[in-house]
Design a binder for this molecule. Sequence first.
Ligand SMILES: O=C(O)CCC(=O)C(=O)O
Length: 295
Amino acid sequence: MPTNAVRSIRAEYEKQGIVTLKEFLDPRSLELVREDVRAAEVIALKDLVVNWGGKKVAFFTERRGEKGESSENFVLTPYFQSSRDRVHVFFEEIEGRLAVNRLGHGLHLHPGLPNMGKIVYGNERLNAALQDIGYRAPVCLLSVYIPKLPRGFGSEVVPHQESTFAHTQPLSACVLWIALEDATVENACMYGLPGSHKLPLKFVSKVDLEKKRRGYLQINDTDIPAFEPGAAPYVPLEVKAGDALLFHGNFVHCSPRNVSPRPRPALSFQFIETDKTEFSAFNWIKAVNSRKLYD
Ligand SMILES: O=C(O)CCC(=O)C(=O)O
């Protein structure tokens, strides 16, 4: 991996809430990571059949253009809950057809996926970037592969702030998002609101396993504009394969449905600070893996 980390990203991160880490994965590392993605798909699909009776869990369902929650509250299921340090596959159902929506959420912890682990652990460029923006003892809370399939699958991701799902007191989340193919306006790249990390966090996700309830608590009256691709105030975050976006947990981001003929695969890693922060018991991940990124 290139080590041009000497340039500080702090000023830009503090101004925009997001920085692009160009060539975060060099061509060889990118190829190895793509191999791990293929292995992760095999691991997840085999595990689904062998250990979960082949029952496909839909992240969400869309019918006649109307989004809806999946029929069961999937976040409360043992399948979702135990994905923290495993590789599970989640689907999306579009007009009765199922397609892979994501694999997660412990790609970086799986012994069969060494190149996922290398993105997180012992990665000088990532460590330098996180230290530069003020992290003292970060851990990777979760990792996700998002295939963002073409031709109408790869559904919309609505505007959100990551700290909603990776909540600590004080807030500390950030995201490393890596494009595994060129991500452009045509194939549904990410979009974001520059400077939105300065907006207060709007919602906190509450997953209460005892009461078997999942909901969102609004904690601030933050105005999160509706997303219309190509229309202000959101800007497209086009990047090349291997580039990464590093963004703040309050940074508002989203992506449209991928109607192009090209997939737009990506990896996303959530980090939180563990030094002098409190982890919310209502996060859907109930236990933080304790492996720090650096000493
Ligand atoms: O890849 C996408 O389209 C959305 C990813 C995202 O929202 C995230 O990584 O937080």
